[in-house]
Design a protein around this ligand. Structure first.
Ligand code: HEC
Length: 393
């Protein structure tokens, strides 16, 4: 599914999909004639890295042009939506529709042996965006603050372990940054290149963007090639050396955070609660951290006869895959405000209308993402069917 501009596409590549080694037949034979043009896979809508419009064309596009020039070849972008992650690499690089894929994470075992890599040409990381007069030297500087994070990212997990930080979850990093611009939050802990680029283009450098280091927070980026293209890889490694300064200048041009990264304490053990909600102030919530036995029992009560079991089962899977992260596995949730087993109790006959309104608009200020465009109407109906089957009264 397509998110809006500036999505932290590289992190998406890293996080999406199951590891998958391309089958041997997917790797086309090394073509005898070396193409004159250097075909570089690039996302048409992923600034600051690449964009189909000429100016700004993006850091990876400009780097590809520099490299092509050094190799005496013409630069030819091959547009591909990279947010389908590893699949994008398989259907392009490994199917030989492009020669190089700039910006793959230099993480061990990322694509299996079918892909080989250049040397790393820069490091990218998550970053904390906050007022310029509020230097960030560690996580403690976020104590007592409201911090915007992106759903399902390492910063969200990290902050979920801090009782003294209120995190507010967004689906996109640019929405998180915009919330900071409106002063809805005190800081945004998001994908650094996005933070830097928005700070430069939208906020004209109003905020300070501090990159962070630590587990899952920072990694090197490389250029990927099909395994058969070792020669090309070696030539491009030389070109990367020659363009060292140019790359640093491009990072500045596109607003990438260039300060030394702040080292965060490593993650404590797996979080017991995946998210700290900004609005869990209901007195009852604090007093009953675990679901009461009666509640749990109620969730296995006989489902409504009118419900289609196939719909319920499909909705159950969708719910546990996406919504359970905040609303609890199998909708078991001790925080009443986000206990979706209470929809009927709370809204009666209006429950379905309220459900559709909420999932297609979200309540961004409260930490409920907008799922419009992410699920189809049919999928929403399935989720609702599942929730109907677990209503407690
Ligand atoms: C990132 C956390 C998060 C995720 C993921 C999430 N929600 Fe929510 N949701 C919330 C929060 C927080 C609220 C409460 C908002 C408020 O206080 O008004 C909420 C509220 C709701 C409500 C309204 C509840 C009521 O009683 O008014 C519905 C319905 C809902 N969510 C459905 C879903 C569904 C369906 C999914 C999965 C597709 C989902 N949510 C995923 C955080 C989340």
């Amino acid at each position: 599914m397509r998110q809006r501009h500036y999505v932290r596409r590289l992190a998406a590549i890293l996080l999406t999909g199951v590891a998958f080694a391309a089958p041997a037949h997917a790797i086309a034979q090394n073509s005898a004639a070396v193409a004159r043009s250097l075909r570089v896979c690039a996302d048409p809508d992923d600034l600051p890295f690449s964009g189909a419009k000429p100016e700004p064309s993006g850091l990876y596009v400009e780097l590809g042009q520099l490299i092509a020039q050094d190799l005496g070849r013409t630069f030819e972008p091959v547009w591909v939506l990279s947010n389908f992650g590893k699949r994008a690499v398989r259907t392009t690089l490994l199917a030989k529709t492009c020669d190089a894929y700039i910006g793959l994470p230099g993480v061990k075992g990322f694509m299996g042996p079918a892909v080989i890599y250049s040397k790393p040409f820069m490091h990218l990381s998550y970053a904390i965006m906050a007022a310029a007069g509020q230097p960030i030297t560690g996580l403690d500087d976020l104590a007592g603050k409201r911090v915007a994070v992106q759903f399902s990212t390492p910063p969200q997990t990290l902050l979920a372990n801090r009782d003294d930080v209120q995190s507010v979850t967004f689906l996109n990093p640019e929405d998180a940054a915009q919330a900071l611009g409106r002063h809805d939050v005190d800081a945004a802990f998001i994908w650094g290149p996005t933070a830097g680029y928005i700070n430069q283009t939208v906020f004209h450098g109003l905020f300070r963007v501090t990159p962070v280091a630590g587990d899952d927070m920072r990694y090197p980026v490389k250029i990927g090639f099909a395994r058969v293209d070792e020669d090309l890889r070696d030539q491009i490694d030389l070109a990367l050396d020659a363009n060292h300064t140019a790359i640093a200048n491009l990072a500045v041009k596109y607003g990438l955070p260039t300060a030394a990264p702040v080292i965060l304490a490593s993650l404590p053990d797996a979080p017991s609660s995946p998210i700290t909600l900004a609005t869990t102030t209901e007195p009852g919530a604090a007093q009953s951290p675990a679901p009461r036995a009666a509640d749990v029992a109620a969730t296995v009560a006989a489902p409504d006869d009118a419900l289609d079991p196939a719909m319920v089962a499909a909705g159950h899977e969708l719910f546990n895959g996406t919504c359970a992260h905040c609303h609890g596995p199998d909708a078991v949730q001790s925080v009443r405000k986000i206990d979706l087993r209470l929809l009927r109790h709370r809204y009666g006959d209006d429950a379905q209308a309220m459900f559709h309104e909420t999932v297609t608009h979200g309540r961004p200020a409260k930490g409920m993402p907008n799922w419009n465009g992410i699920f189809t109407k049919d999928e929403f109906n399935k989720i609702f069917a599942y929730l109907s089957s677990v209503q407690t009264q």
